[in-house]
Design a protein around this ligand. Structure first.
Ligand SMILES: Nc1ncnc2c1ncn2[C@@H]1O[C@H](COP(=O)(O)OP(=O)(O)OP(=O)(O)O)[C@@H](O)[C@H]1O
Length: 548
């Protein structure tokens, strides 16, 4: 069972003390019952025993202390466990290659990282309580057996029947629960469409209707499954309550048929039966959560396995460093294919051979879908090439050095994400940040304070300028810009091609730009033109006629 394995692996340190305290708490409950029974008998004789009162106080204190210890310690351990699971998943995501993350899908990853870990956060503490109540029931069973074996068999026969009934009904709901999880995921997908595509939704009634109808359909199917489960829960809750009253009836009406000791057996047995109602109710509620927890764990594990299987036996990409910053990077006969879910290639690039030199500007051009971004993904080591080689200074970049290789590259991809915090810059120098913001004409819009931009709520072109500030501050030997200028105004586009790129070149950087701006093709020292996943034309040396 995943749950037990996880608990033993992740939180072994307090298991023994938790078990002892749980037993003590259960023991104190049985003692409480015994003391109450004795006190009731005294009361029937018109007496009150100080000794019993003291014993009662001690028992209550013992119960309070141990109960509190179990709940607090277990919830601390459980939260620690969830935190470690999450961090491990974050880590698996950061180590996964881009193809895998795109194939697994952001919604599924999001689901595992939020929904499933939240399920654990909700169910695990309940299971701890369930464990405690189960222990309590064992002690109550012993007490009842000591009073009357028949009462014990009847009470626990009922209890076992109640829990088994609920468990079997919930287990039968397994496929529906899976369907509900799928439906919740679809709801999340729909919400993402609605929020990410908010402008498009606002612009068209037809689109809005379609997006909302899909999300509503998903939500409706989640509603149906959840309603069915809750209806079942309601029926069982009512049935369980009725069964408990039947149990009390059995104690009062049936047990006396087999004993003459009414006060010694029937009264305390009835009282004990009342004491077991709470724990059995909790157990009946909690037991099905085991299935939910197992689902969530299975999902988290399968996500982690997917991410790590994709990495397979691949060596640790961070194991070794490059010997020096590269002054030349290249693809040699590199090939790669995107595949569909069945593994069939849907688009192939290559064989690609291209070189990129320090102190040179290289443009990559070509029509939409010709494979430019794919080539950049291969060149930057984001996706593993399936044949040929990726070279740094003429040497193949070994998989163990891939992270070190990537760390030599600042890249702004067309679908880049700008964080407010300058994560990639160790200790952002405010003076340098100011100078760069001025160079990019952004000094009136944003500043860098405490390692973060004052704002990223800016226009698309402005955000791209901030991304270039980050790339310049990272000051790496290779800079890759995928259609960076596409969102810039004519003035700044000129600044970019005629001033910024030459400045980077003068600093000796390997400058690589994907561009459609044929007006400035002459600025490049090399141009690779792509078509249908291949390099069609490679020009080396300045174009006759030069810049505009
Ligand atoms: N994640 C993906 N999964 C499957 N196929 C993809 C994926 N990304 C791109 N492709 C395929 O690869 C082809 C090349 O895409 P790529 O993004 O490299 O083109 P591009 O030249 O950069 O285009 P654009 O100028 O429009 O940005 C596309 O035609 C598309 O069919």
């Amino acid at each position: 069972m995943r749950l037990i394995r996880l608990i033993r692996q992740e939180i072994p340190q307090n298991l023994r003390s938790l078990a002892i305290m749980t037993a003590l708490s259960a023991l104190s409950t049985s003692m409480l019952l015994w003391v109450v029974d004795l006190a009731a008998k005294d009361a029937a004789k018109g007496q009150m025993s100080v000794r019993l009162l003291v014993l009662f106080a001690i028992t209550i204190t013992l119960f309070g202390v141990t109960h509190n210890y179990v709940l607090v310690t277990a919830s601390q351990d459980v939260e620690g466990l969830i935190h470690r699971l999450r961090v491990r998943l974050f880590d698996a995501v950061r180590r996964a290659d881009l193809v895998t993350v795109e194939r697994v899908g952001r919604a599924a990853l999001h689901g595992a990282l939020t929904q499933d870990t939240q399920t654990l956060a909700r169910t695990l503490p309940m299971l701890v309580i369930g464990g405690q109540q189960a222990t309590m029931l064992i002690f109550l069973a012993l007490y009842l057996a000591w009073l009357s074996p028949l009462a014990c068999v009847m009470a626990f026969g009922f209890a076992g029947f109640s829990v088994a009934l609920r468990f079997s009904r919930m287990a039968a709901l397994g496929p529906q629960m899976r369907a509900a999880m799928g439906a919740e995921m679809a709801v999340f997908d729909g919400l993402t469409d609605l929020l990410r595509g908010f402008k498009e939704v606002r612009m068209s009634v037809r689109r809005a209707d379609g997006v909302v109808a899909d999300a509503a359909r998903a939500s409706d199917s989640a509603r149906r499954v959840n309603t069915a489960m809750k209806a079942l829960w309601g029926q069982e809750f009512a049935l369980l309550q009725a069964l408990f009253y039947v149990l009390v009836g059995l104690m009062v009406f049936v047990v006396p048929l087999f004993t003459t000791k009414y006060y010694e057996v029937v009264v305390p047995a009835t009282m004990a039966a009342l004491f077991i109602v709470g724990p059995v109710g909790t157990l009946a509620h909690v037991t099905p959560l085991v299935t939910q927890t197992e689902f969530a764990l299975a999902n988290i594990e399968s996500m982690a396995a997917l991410l790590s299987t994709a990495a397979g036996d691949a060596p640790d990409e961070n194991a070794r460093a490059l010997d020096r910053p590269p002054s030349r990077i290249a693809l040699r006969d590199a090939v790669f294919s995107y595949t569909d879910a069945a593994g069939n290639p849907v688009f192939s690039v290559g064989p690609l051979s291209a070189e990129f030199h320090a102190g040179e500007i290289t443009f990559v051009t070509g029509g939409n879908g010709s494979g430019k971004s794919t080539m950049l993904r291969l060149l930057t080591g984001l996706m593993p090439i399936k044949g040929g080689a990726l070279l740094a200074d003429g040497e193949p970049v070994e998989p163990e050095r891939m992270q070190s290789y990537r760390d030599q590259i600042s890249a702004i991809f067309s679908d880049y994400h700008l964080s407010r915090r300058l994560y990639g810059v160790a200790d952002p120098d405010p003076a340098r940040a100011r100078a760069l913001l001025e160079r990019l004409e952004m000094q009136d819009k944003a500043s860098v304070q405490d390692g973060a931009f004052s704002t990223v709520a800016l226009s698309t072109g402005q955000r791209k300028r901030l991304a270039l500030v980050v790339a310049q501050m990272e000051d790496k030997p290779v800079i890759v810009l995928d259609e960076w200028a596409a969102d810039q105004d004519p003035h700044f586009r000129r600044v970019f091609y005629e001033e910024l790129l030459p400045e980077m070149k003068a600093k000796g950087k390997i400058v690589i730009c994907v561009t459609h701006d044929d007006r400035w093709f002459g600025m490049a020292d090399r141009v690779y033109h792509m078509n249908e996943g291949r390099i069609e034309v490679g020009r080396i040396g300045p174009e006759p006629g030069g810049a505009a």
